[in-house]
Design a protein around this ligand. Structure first.
Ligand code: UT7
Length: 336
């Protein structure tokens, strides 16, 4: 489908989205189930976050297992069986060392390709897209598998109602291929940023070289993070739209990191985009961190909410603090 607002400059090389695959572990965890062991309620979780359920992997299932499933489905969706590189965004790698991506590449039978993890927490998938686009634009790779995968269920403090009700497990993946910016699916630009002064708002204190023996559980200062999420995703999307010359009114779908429906609506309001144009699937899957954007894309594309030819802005925010946005005209891709 052609986009009437394209310019000749768009004939430049670009990384183009060709396939989309997702995987959720089988066990759905309802708000009511969590309310049985935590001082919370379905009503609080629904009204404060929009989340109705999330999926948690069984103990013994690792992030890499979910990543392999989503990766295989993305390759199938793209109609390819090989790539030149694998980039995996995750906060919950199988091990602190080595990276999870090489093992995922091996399990997918992709051969001795470059494969590495990206750690940008909930902004990880957009950072991984940018990294993969860089591999393509520098000629390192023609085709890259980009995966966002998480098993937060393993890092949540079961007694902490501030985090235990929010996060879910899952994986999503896309195939990017070398192409041109005037093709549907071309990633047309990126806006990325970070603020390490606020690194402590989202953290896993232990396990790293600074406080190796501290708590291994995920912590989040929800209220402060909420405000930062709205501001940063709003600013980042606005900066990207200005760079692309896309009027805000021309955006058909806003696919934001699925942390809280109130955040998604606030970002839409900042961008003067109808709230109905903000894709929401967190009600079904919760906050899946680096897997959030591809899971939301797949739900929207699968349901017909997101259609080929539509202008889409992806924007994400998370620990670091780190945030990022990219934009594309949605291609004719069937999620798998
Ligand atoms: O994915 C990375 C980025 N993450 C985000 O963007 C998350 C951003 N933050 C949020 O989405 C929200 O801040 C939360 C959903 C985490 C919390 O919602 P909130 O409206 O900011 O609640 P709050 O932390 O201000 O707490 C309000 C009240 C408090 O009680 P008091 O002090 O008013 O009596 C909390 O103790 O709600 C209480 N509360 C809960 N009550 C029932 C906090 N968590 C729960 C809970 N169930 N699960």
């Amino acid at each position: 489908m052609t986009d009437p607002q394209r310019t000749e400059a768009d004939a430049r090389p670009a990384a183009v989205l060709k396939g989309l695959g997702t995987y959720l572990p089988p066990r759905a965890v309802s708000n009511d189930e969590l309310s049985e062991r935590l001082d919370t309620s379905d009503e609080w979780i629904r009204t404060r976050t929009g989340i109705r359920q999330r999926f948690w992997a069984d103990p013994g299932t690792a992030t890499g297992d979910l990543a392999v499933e989503a990766g295989a489905r993305a390759l199938k969706s793209a109609g390819v069986d090989g790539v030149d590189a694998v980039v995996l965004a995750t906060t919950t790698p199988d091990h602190p060392c080595p990276g999870t991506a090489p093992w995922v590449a091996a399990r997918l039978g992709l051969g001795p390709v470059p494969a590495y993890d990206v750690a940008a927490v909930c902004a990880g998938f957009v950072y991984a897209l940018a990294s993969a686009a860089g591999l393509i634009l520098t000629g390192v790779a023609e085709r890259v598998l980009v995966i966002g995968a998480e098993t937060y269920s393993g890092i949540l403090d079961p007694a902490d109602r501030n985090t235990a009700v929010i996060f879910g497990d899952g994986a999503g993946a896309v195939v990017l291929e070398a192409g041109r910016a005037d093709e549907p699916g071309a990633l047309l630009g990126f806006d990325l940023g970070s603020d390490g002064e606020q690194h402590d708002l989202i953290a896993i204190p232990g396990g790293g070289s600074r406080q190796r023996a501290a708590s291994p559980y995920f912590t989040m200062q929800g209220k402060k993070v909420f405000a930062q999420a709205v501001t940063r995703m709003g600013q980042s999307s606005t900066a990207l739209l200005e760079r692309l010359g896309w009027p805000k009114s021309s955006v058909d779908r806003l696919v934001g990191h699925q942390a809280n429906v109130r955040i998604l609506h606030a970002v839409a309001d900042l961008l003067d985009i109808d709230r109905e144009r903000a894709v929401v699937n967190l009600d079904r899957v919760g906050n899946t961190s680096a897997a959030s954007i591809p899971l939301a894309l797949a739900d929207a594309a699968g349901s017909g909410e997101l259609r080929p030819g539509e202008r889409v802005v992806l924007t994400a925010f998370g620990g670091g603090l780190a945030w990022g946005s990219t934009a594309l005209v949605w291609p004719d891709v069937t999620p798998n």
